[in-house]
Design a protein around this ligand. Structure first.
Ligand SMILES: O=C1O[C@H](COP(=O)(O)O)[C@@H](O)[C@H](O)[C@H]1O
Length: 231
């Protein structure tokens, strides 16, 4: 059962500022307690402004380790890639050591990339939690690249990283972390912004089995949302 804490914001910019603050607080705590901060990034458009805001942060960038929750199978520099968006908005502008940025090699094709990324995550050690996982919510309730009505929903056993071959949103070929791997986190924050997300958010709030409901970390999930039209 997913424990959820709903945080509604008055504007998109309030949500973005609160998200940047929450990320930095999580980093500060992880670095103080464990000497490293392992964050999984969401893609799409919602987090872009949050990532931009982080460029000005005062933090120990050398302790940050960046992972991705999902990726689209496109060439590495394609602007539609989640890693390209995070890089241009934020990562290329801060001194995180290159070896600590772990993009999903989705240019290899979904199946090969999923295997490679599973091996990469395995080097973290069995049962190692991420410190913070950021996720989005699509209009259809998808999160990362876990779309509704796909084979993964019915599978009884899933690998930690899944190849998606027929996503409902382009491009159809994608790679995504599984619900269990995304749930292996000390903290999970969903960033949900825009009137087009209202219906999916309400469905989720009312208990519909949308993909986002499959993320069940021990500490529960926080949902930062602003779905009314901005004036
Ligand atoms: O395709 C994707 O969609 C979701 C939501 O994206 P948004 O543009 O509506 O914010 C995103 O979280 C995911 O990483 C992405 O690949």
């Amino acid at each position: 059962m997913q424990q959820r804490r709903w945080h509604e914001f008055d504007s998109r910019s309030d949500l973005e500022a609160a998200a940047a603050d929450a990320i930095l607080a999580s980093a500060q705590q992880a670095i103080a307690e464990r000497g490293a901060f392992r964050i999984v990034l969401a893609g799409g458009t919602t987090p872009r402004q949050v990532y931009r805001a982080l460029c000005a942060a005062r933090t120990e960038w050398s302790a940050w380790h960046i992972y991705f929750g999902d990726e689209r199978c496109l060439p590495p520099a394609d602007a539609q890639r989640n890693s390209a968006m995070a890089s241009s908005a934020w990562l290329a502008q801060v001194p995180i050591p290159q070896l600590q940025v772990h993009p999903i090699p989705a240019e290899l094709g979904a199946e090969k990339a999923a295997l490679c990324y599973a091996q990469e995550l395995a080097t973290l050690g069995a049962g190692t939690d991420f410190d913070l996982v950021l996720l989005g919510l699509g209009e259809d309730g998808h999160t990362a690249s876990l779309f509704p009505g796909e084979a993964w929903e019915k599978a009884t056993k899933l690998p930690p990283v899944i190849a998606i071959l027929h996503a409902a949103k382009p491009p159809p070929e994608r790679v995504t972390l599984s619900p269990a791997r995304l749930s292996s986190a000390r903290q999970v924050i969903f960033l949900v912004s825009g009137p087009d997300k209202q219906e999916a958010l309400q469905d989720w709030r009312h208990g519909a089995p949308v993909p986002a409901s499959r993320i069940t970390p021990t500490g529960g999930v926080d949902i930062f949302f602003h779905t009314s039209p901005d004036s």
